[in-house]
Design a protein around this ligand. Structure first.
Ligand SMILES: NC(=O)c1ccc[n+]([C@@H]2O[C@H](COP(=O)([O-])OP(=O)(O)OC[C@H]3O[C@@H](n4cnc5c(N)ncnc54)[C@H](O)[C@@H]3O)[C@@H](O)[C@H]2O)c1
Length: 256
């Protein structure tokens, strides 16, 4: 009597048979997105700079193409994208879930760390977008970056991260305009604080965790699964008229 209904794929949100490339696929958000797309019949090419994390997600999705790639390395990135096309014949979409979150007071923020944050979160995001867009030229495609509530809100100690994520949200708008004629749709998701390897150490501080939760009107941290619905929208026919947007999936965090 308690039988689960048969899974129904709504054609509006269908991603089956499509090929997606995921940067930062070994991370807390990237691996959940990879699993969600794989479960819905997508073909995946996954990369990350962290070999162990990539192996972990690769073991769960053995049919995926997996490679260790540093996305700040333009040559390695180009090779990864080419390998994806060689393996699957086409690239329908790309998801950028790679990123760094260094936090420090502005007065003492280490310059090299600041530059590295911009390099990974913004410059590499640009290179990734451009490299995949070259392969989408004829058929169009979808690009989804993971921005952040920090694209919008200004938290102390977030000078590098918030700058990189605000830049990313604006870059998405520019690329959306430039590539609209090729039907390449460029968007971002803006998650609230979610417990992953990126944030685990900060959230281990009870005061930090309490403050983070109290800033979210829905009263809890984000979960990686919260992003799946909006991701499917941005990748599927249902999202075919959405471009240049950062969709905040944040429990209301950006409302304050
Ligand atoms: N977790 C959160 O609270 C949160 C909130 C808002 C936005 N985001 C953003 O979502 C994205 C994913 O975050 P996450 O929480 O999954 O973090 P995570 O640290 O769990 O995963 C990020 C992944 O990116 C990879 N990576 C880092 N530098 C790389 C490089 N140069 N080349 C290739 N891969 C690289 C890491 O190895 C890691 O596996 C990030 O852009 C992050 O800023 C996260």
């Amino acid at each position: 009597m308690n039988r689960k209904p048969e899974a129904v794929t709504d054609p509006l949100f269908d991603v089956s048979g499509n090929t997606y490339l995921i940067a930062g696929a070994g991370g807390g958000l990237g691996k959940v997105m990879a699993r969600a797309l794989s479960e819905r019949g997508a073909r995946l090419a996954l990369f990350d700079i962290d070999e162990a994390a990539l192996e972990h997600v690769g073991a769960a999705i053995p049919e995926a193409l997996t490679r260790v790639v540093d996305m700040t390395d333009q040559d390695a990135l180009a090779e990864m994208v080419q390998n994806t096309e060689n393996r699957f014949g086409r690239i329908d979409g790309a998801i950028n879930a790679a990123g760094l979150l260094p936090m420090a007071a502005a007065a003492t923020f280490d310059e090299a760390v600041f530059r590295q944050c911009i390099d990974v979160n913004l410059t590499a995001a640009f290179l990734f977008s451009r490299t995949v867009a070259e392969h989408m030229r004829d058929a169009g495609g979808r690009i989804v970056h993971i921005a952040s509530v920090s694209s919008f809100v200004a938290n102390p100690e977030y000078a590098a991260y918030a700058s990189s994520k605000a830049g990313l949200a604006q870059m998405v708008r520019v690329l959306a305009r430039e590539w609209a004629p090729q039907n390449i749709l460029v968007n971002a998701l803006g998650p609230a604080l979610t417990e992953t390897p990126l944030t685990r150490d900060y959230l281990a501080d009870p005061g930090f965790r309490r403050n983070a939760i109290s800033a979210i009107p829905l009263g809890r941290l984000g979960e990686a699964d919260d992003l799946v619905g909006a991701l499917l929208l941005l990748l599927s026919p249902g999202g075919g008229f959405i471009t240049g947007q950062t969709i905040y999936v944040d429990g209301g965090r950006t409302l304050v």
